[in-house]
Ligand binder design. Structure first.
Ligand code: ZN
Length: 134
């Protein structure tokens, strides 16, 4: 079962500019910046109630964020849902016919294990499952 929207990921061209823009919008600053080398991204996080907003800037040309911005421009990149047991959810969703991009969960930003479902199988929205690393 997916428990709640953990965060919404937004692809941006320039993280510094986006950080000041979103700080103005939200009326508060981001609480952390984190590079995820394996994904070729720099991220920043804002906390709004129980939901986080993750801004993502590409740090390499081959990063998924570079490709996304090239194709679609800046904007909502993914919606992340919190799960208790990511391995069990991957098995469950596979059986339901969803296309899993990485069936082996990987390390994401913010101390999470993450996995993505292909937008082809989820009405065009890239879905991230995330579980707090214990
Ligand atoms: Zn994310």
């Amino acid at each position: 079962m997916l428990k709640k929207v953990e965060h919404i990921g937004i692809a941006v061209k320039n993280l510094n500019n986006a950080n000041s823009l979103f700080a103005k919008l939200f009326g508060k600053d981001h609480y952390k910046i984190e590079k995820v080398e394996s994904e070729g991204v720099s991220t920043s996080f804002f906390m709004l109630g129980e939901t986080k907003i993750e801004l993502l800037e590409a740090t390499t040309e081959t990063s998924a964020i570079s490709k996304f911005i090239e194709k679609k421009g800046e904007g909502i990149h993914h919606i992340a849902y919190e799960v208790d047991d990511i391995y069990a959810e991957i098995e469950r969703l596979k059986k339901e016919g969803f296309e899993i991009i990485n069936a082996e969960p990987k390390a994401g930003a913010d101390n999470k294990l993450i996995c993505f479902l292909h937008p082809k199988s989820t009405n065009g929205i890239l879905v991230e499952l995330c579980q707090e690393k214990k």
